[in-house]
Design a protein around this ligand. Structure first.
Ligand SMILES: CC(C)(COP(=O)(O)OP(=O)(O)OC[C@H]1O[C@@H](n2cnc3c(N)ncnc32)[C@H](O)[C@@H]1OP(=O)(O)O)[C@@H](O)C(=O)NCCC(=O)NCCS
Length: 183
């Protein structure tokens, strides 16, 4: 019998009510650097804030490789009506772990429900792709992020004690909350 090989077509652009979520390009460098270098935004991120646009360039190249290899990855979030990039989200897949998501929104646009809208879109994407489960993690003091996860139906499943250094916070290991949803 002839084997049938199917390849899932990457979904590089998703329109929600107010956002366009799309695969990043190097043209997004300035917008991504603006929030990825902001100490007030990156406090609770698991990666070190970007010290120069060159870090952002390397980050975008890495994300592009992920898209090439996995057919999914980071999405920048554009305001649908202006095209302004206000942050990013993503759906990341691995060989040996459940799919993972996350989000970051630039400060001027906090408190408008954009992270919630972006995360809901990522969960809908995961569901449409037949992924059984998506995980996300956050620092225990990142109250806004916890709220976003809960609003989207993700549940706090476990706490990993003294698990991760948050490089923009301190050099010490911190607890990590793991949230998950079964789709
Ligand atoms: C966390 C973050 C993504 C939220 O983005 P946002 O677009 O403002 O989120 P939303 O508007 O969709 O929802 C935020 C919710 O958290 C609540 N919230 C925000 N800050 C809060 C705080 N300090 N204490 C309690 N609730 C808080 C809001 O009231 C809102 O809940 P509500 O709709 O019930 O009122 C944004 O602040 C951010 O990018 N922070 C820096 C990056 C980051 O921490 N990313 C997550 C890493 S795990």
């Amino acid at each position: 019998m002839t084997a049938v090989i199917t390849r899932v077509v990457p979904i590089e652009r998703i329109a929600t009510a107010r956002l366009v979520l799309r695969r990043p390009t190097l043209a997004d460098l300035d917008a991504v650097y603006a929030y990825a270098s902001d100490p007030a935004i990156t406090t609770y991120m698991g990666w070190a804030r970007h010290e120069s646009p060159e870090t952002t360039r390397a980050f975008l190249q890495m994300r592009d490789e992920e898209w090439e290899q996995r057919g999914t990855g980071t999405y920048v979030a554009e305001l649908g009506d202006t095209g302004v990039v206000i942050g990013s989200t993503g759906l990341h897949v691995y060989d040996d772990a459940p799919a993972a998501t996350g989000y970051i929104i630039a400060r001027p646009w906090w408190g408008h429900g954009y992270a919630t809208e972006a995360l809901r879109a990522m969960l809908a994407l995961a569901r449409s792709r037949g992924m059984p489960r998506v995980e996300a993690s956050c620092h225990p003091e990142n109250t806004g992020s916890r709220r976003v996860l809960e609003k989207c139906g993700m549940r706090h499943e476990r706490t990993l004690e003294d698990h991760l250094v948050f490089p923009n916070l301190s050099g010490e290991l911190q607890d990590l909350l793991v949230f998950a949803i079964e789709l």
